[in-house]
Design a protein around this ligand. Structure first.
Ligand code: SF4
Length: 324
């Protein structure tokens, strides 16, 4: 049976991805709009650190002289087109944005890649458009230091990439909120999220299984927390199309072979084997449909073990279960 989140997760987002015309050239992207009805499953808090720095719209583009991490360490600077140093202002804008996110209860943020401020894995250094580092922008680096769940805007590239980021986000939030006092609580939580980690990083999943089995009896809380943090990091790793398709088929075949789908309303569910060629949208639709069938019938869909459902729908399902 899936674990359910019934409170809409608050999620921060680079404001320019939220259709706000705040880029240096007053342009915007409606990336979040691509989610369609799924938008209703989150409460978004858009922030623009460069606006909060007081740089205005439109403004001169800025660039880094090193990575965001180096800027925070005082080893690099942020400059505008004329070479003026705006480092302090940018840092103040990032801090103000984090303050707003904290007040909103945010622990997950969607970030605009290739921005010297919001970039997560890629930030541009130097004035030329082609110069990029693998490090973060200034805001991205600050957020990484906080240990939140960070989502690059490429999560919106396809229905499948978003499905993957969304299911790991839900699992991450669920695990980080679990009470963790005993070995048993950690092991139970691991059994809920381990299928995702087995799919995305099998060696780490095996290592974690051994580490949990080797914990001393009544392990101290700090030791349990160390394991929790490692698992949370593992949930940040994306899957691949091949792995997601394989996991989908394995779960579906398992449920079918054990008769768990007999007599169940499958709606329009069709799950194809990995050999069947189809596009990523079709794969995401199969995954989402199986999530729905699993939720409605109390079946474990380990590939996506934590889902958001409105509290009213959860109560309705519980009432149905009691009637049966
Ligand atoms: S990338 Fe970040 S700083 Fe740049 S416009 Fe978008 S929200 Fe503002």
């Amino acid at each position: 049976m899936a674990e359910t989140i019934t409170i809409r997760p608050p999620v921060g987002v680079s404001a320019c991805l939220f259709d706000c015309p705040v880029r240096y050239n007053a342009k915007r992207f409606d990336a979040v709009g691509k989610l369609g009805r799924e938008r209703a499953g989150f409460i978004f808090t858009p922030v623009c650190p460069e606006c909060m720095a007081g740089l205005g719209v439109p403004r001169e583009p800025i660039h880094l002289t090193g990575s965001g991490q180096e800027v925070l360490a005082g080893a690099a600077a942020v400059r505008d087109r004329h070479g003026h140093d705006v480092t302090e202002r940018i840092i103040a804008g990032c801090e103000a944005s984090i303050g707003a996110l904290e007040r909103a209860g945010v622990r997950a943020v969607i970030l605009k890649e290739e921005s010297p401020t919001c970039g997560l894995f890629k930030a541009r250094i130097g004035k030329k458009r082609r110069e990029q580092v693998t490090g973060s922008g200034v805001f991205g680096a600050m957020l990484r230091n906080k240990g939140w769940f960070l989502i690059p805007d490429k999560a919106f590239d396809s229905a499948l990439t978003w499905w993957d980021w969304r299911r790991r986000l839900h699992a991450w939030l669920w695990l980080s909120d679990r009470p963790l006092q005993t070995n048993g609580e950690l092991t139970d939580a691991w059994h809920v999220v381990k299928f995702i980690v087995q799919e995305t990083d099998r060696p780490f999943a095996d290592e974690t299984g051994r580490a949990l089995a080797g914990l001393p009896k009544n392990a101290p809380r700090e030791l349990l927390e160390v394991q929790r943090v490692k698992i949370l990091h593992a949930l940040e790793r994306p899957t691949t199309r091949a792995r997601a398709t394989q996991a989908l088929w394995k779960t579906y075949a398992n449920l079918k072979n054990h008769g768990k789908l007999d007599g169940v309303d499958l709606h329009d569910l069709t799950v194809n084997s990995p050999e069947v060629r189809r596009n990523v949208s079709a794969i995401a639709a199969e995954l989402t449909a199986l999530e729905r069938v699993a939720f409605e019938n109390d079946l474990l869909f380990g590939t996506s073990p934590v889902i958001f459902r409105d509290a009213r729908r959860v109560r309705a399902r519980e009432a149905e279960t009691i009637e049966k």
